[in-house]
Design a protein around this ligand. Structure first.
Ligand code: EPZ
Length: 436
């Protein structure tokens, strides 16, 4: 198991470049299932989940090139022959976003067999809303032996209203609707930029989608889609993580290659704390702090509200703010796994149900801590960057799922961090682990 060794105390100074968004790349790679032509995606992040998605598509019969040369970060996917439209459990259990192949497989092949993703560290992660929407579009879905089996001659357009806002549910059903017979009206959709990214790719492939990025999406079904070349958006969660890294270390950091418009809720909260944030142009933001932060509450909401994927990182920062910060997690039922590890480093945090109460500012001391999920890992890295002494973070493979070469990027702006074990490179055949 890889570990990070981090010595705290260095302010982050300089410029860090953000990679492509993992949570855009995953649905966009699945969208290639919808056509026999080649789909080329640029700005793909070099992270473990993308490698997992490559293995998943190849296991179904797709040809997938994944290049990470200096100028590349590109994947070319051709699903001309999908000999085995099945997402097997040994892959799905390592990445529950594998369920994103469900809609496109039914739309393209008329059938799909997908392992139920099961839960993960942060919650039960059901996909009942995906199933409900597909059944309303005419799919016949049975569940047994831990697998979903779905069949449909041809999906038909329908009026779908999501009981809850679901990001991958919106994406899965969007990909089902583009080849359906007739029009699909989807309401109470997720508005995340990753949904907008996927819709832009699908329209470039010949789909007819209106309203992506709003809560109401209208899809006019077409009979086939063609290939396309598309550039994935920057990762707003990686960008947000580095903004907090610059603030928590009292640094002066430029976060480049990002999309400031996707960071509104976080930037507003940072300014409320007393952090200085300046937009330097269309794709970069400068963050500065000399400390003296003031406590501020957050409540996680669907986009454009404060993102749940930034909650753990914000909590690390809140330990350095004078006063009491109330952090309410509304999206997932178990997303406070980082709390006990932060407390072991000296933080004063009490959890009561959905609310974590952080009392600051507290000096953090280095410790040996355990990563439990992708964003909890980021929270522990941020805390270690300011803790006195040397912290050891275990199970950093969680981090590799969603942050590209994070230790190199942090070292590049002055952090004292090194990895014990092997750096992640594509084609790693890692032991299957449950993941969020
Ligand atoms: C996506 O997960 C992201 N993953 C998550 O990012 C992110 O935390 C989440 O959206 C919320 O923004 C990807 O895009 C690959 P949801 P998703 O469906 O789609 C409930 C990360 O850190 N729900 O929007 O799985 C669900 O239990 C990851 O990069 C149902 O009840 O999340 C949750 O409480 C972690 N039934 C809420 O909705 C369903 O059928 C929102 O979940 C689907 C979801």
């Amino acid at each position: 198991m890889d570990k990070f060794v981090i010595r705290g105390g260095n302010p982050l100074l300089g410029t860090v470049r953000i990679s492509g968004a993992k949570n855009s790349a995953l649905p966009c790679m699945a969208a290639a299932i919808l056509t026999e032509d080649e789909v080329t995606l640029e700005n793909i992040p070099q992270v473990r989940d993308i490698e997992t998605e490559r293995r998943l598509l190849v296991s179904m019969g797709a040809e997938v090139e994944l290049g990470y040369g200096r100028a590349q970060h590109r994947t070319k996917i051709c699903c001309r022959t999908l000999s085995d439209p099945e997402a097997k459990y040994e892959i799905v259990k390592t990445m529950r976003a594998s369920s994103l192949v469900l809609g496109p497989l039914i739309a393209r092949c008329g059938m799909a067999r997908v392992a139920m993703p099961g839960g993960c560290a942060i919650g039960g992660r059901p996909i009942d809303l995906h199933i409900k929407g597909l059944e309303k579009m005419g799919a016949v879905i049975t569940q047994e032996h831990g697998y979903l089996e779905a069949r449909a001659e041809r999906l038909r357009g329908a009026h779908l209203v999501f009981d809850k806002i679901t990001v991958t549910g919106t994406e899965d059903l969007l990909m089902a609707a583009v080849l359906a017979d007739g029009e699909t009206l989807m309401e109470n959709c997720a508005r995340e930029p990753e949904v907008t990214d996927l819709a832009a790719l699908l329209n470039a492939m010949g789909a007819r989608i209106e309203g992506a990025g709003t809560s109401t999406i209208r899809v006019h079904g077409v009979t086939s889609l063609h290939g396309a070349r598309y550039r994935i958006n920057p990762d707003r969660i990686e960008a947000g993580t580095f903004l907090i890294a610059g603030a928590i270390t009292g640094g002066d950091l430029i976060v480049a290659n990002c999309e400031p418009d996707h960071l509104g809720a976080l930037i507003a909260k940072l300014e409320e704390l007393g952090v200085r944030v300046d937009h330097l142009g269309p794709d970069s933001v400068r963050v500065r702090s000399e400390g003296h932060l003031r406590a501020a509450d957050i409540s996680t909401e669907e986009y454009p509200g404060f993102p749940t994927d930034m909650q753990a990182q914000y909590m690390a920062l809140a330990t350095q703010a004078e006063g009491v910060s109330q952090i309410k997690e509304n999206i997932f039922e178990n997303r406070f796994m980082h709390v006990q590890e932060l407390v072991r480093m000296g933080a004063n945090i009490k959890v009561d149900g959905k609310v974590a109460t952080v009392r600051g500012a507290t000096r953090l001391s280095s410790a040996a801590v355990m990563c439990s999920d992708l964003r909890a890992s980021a929270s522990l890295v941020l805390a270690a960057l300011i803790a006195d002494g040397e912290s050891i973070l275990d199970r950093v493979y969680h981090m590799d799922r969603g942050y590209e070469r994070i230790e190199e990027k942090l070292r590049g702006v002055g952090a004292q961090i090194r990895r014990l074990g092997n750096i992640f490179t594509p084609r790693d055949e890692e032991s299957a682990v449950h993941s969020d």
